[in-house]
Design a protein around this ligand. Structure first.
Ligand code: MG
Length: 251
């Protein structure tokens, strides 16, 4: 496999491998041992969906030292995790809607892990075997509500607050990637995944200790420094090395 997307045509939803812009339909289970059509499927009339439908979205906070510094918080000794509602997901190209546009609402570009196999209590050394691949994400945050409530789930779970995709990259080193966010064409975040305090394998190990992870579950691994406010009319683009960009407008 390599780049895997999820698409809809009419009532039908399917995965496909994306090669040079062409789609090759996946046959069988994306989490099993699928095969692919030899001939491409026409893109006409297809809608790009989020690449998986997870049972849960786990998010990790304060995982880049320079971002911890800009928040004025202290460096966590173990991963800080919470859950984002799965109903907050939107695909590449869909609009982020701000329920409280007068609040401070922020972008946060993040690398997302997509689980490939059910696991519980795996070691960091074994974690890679349970991961299907990686994709781009945003952890959109209503900072005003986050500060007022002291816990993070609601302020990061509003509908449309988790852009994800467009594709899952299955052949990529998750710890050697530039990670950038552009706001209206301006570079705002410019990090590197090697700067994570807890890398992807340690995160999967930590989360899975007492929480079963299922195929398709998504883990957001934290954002680098450079967070900033968004407003209606913005065009946000997450660019992670080796991945197609994740582009979403704000309304
Ligand atoms: Mg975040």
């Amino acid at each position: 496999m390599a780049s895997i997307g999820r698409f809809q045509k009419g009532e039908e939803i399917f995965h496909a491998k994306v090669v040079d812009g062409e789609l090759y339909r996946l046959r069988g289970d994306v989490f099993g041992s699928p095969s692919f059509d030899k001939r491409p499927t026409p893109r006409k009339g297809l809608r790009t969906l989020v690449p998986v439908a997870p049972s849960k979205i786990v998010a990790v906070g304060l995982n880049y030292k320079d971002h911890v510094r800009e928040t004025g918080k202290s460096l966590p000794k173990s991963p800080i995790i919470w859950f984002k509602a799965t109903t907050s997901l939107i695909p590449d190209g869909a609009k982020i809607e701000l329920p409280f546009p007068n609040h401070r609402n922020d972008y946060e570009a993040e690398l997302a892990i997509v689980m490939g196999r059910r696991c519980r209590n795996v070691t960091a050394a074994a974690a890679a075997r349970y991961i299907l691949g990686y994709t781009s994400a945003q952890d959109i945050t209503d900072r005003t509500i986050q500060a007022a409530e002291g816990q993070w789930a609601r302020s990061k779970s509003f509908d449309t607050f988790t852009p994800l995709g467009p594709y899952i990259e299955t052949k990529i080193d998750p710890h050697d990637l530039t990670l950038q966010l552009f706001q209206n064409g301006q570079l705002r975040q410019n990090g590197h995944t090697s700067e994570m305090t807890f890398n992807c394998f340690r995160i999967v190990s930590f989360v899975s200790t007492n929480i079963t992870l299922l195929p398709g579950d998504v883990i957001l691994t934290g954002t680098p420094s450079g967070i900033g406010r968004i407003q209606s009319g913005d065009r946000l683009e997450v660019r992670i090395q080796g991945m197609a960009p994740l582009v979403n407008a704000v309304k």
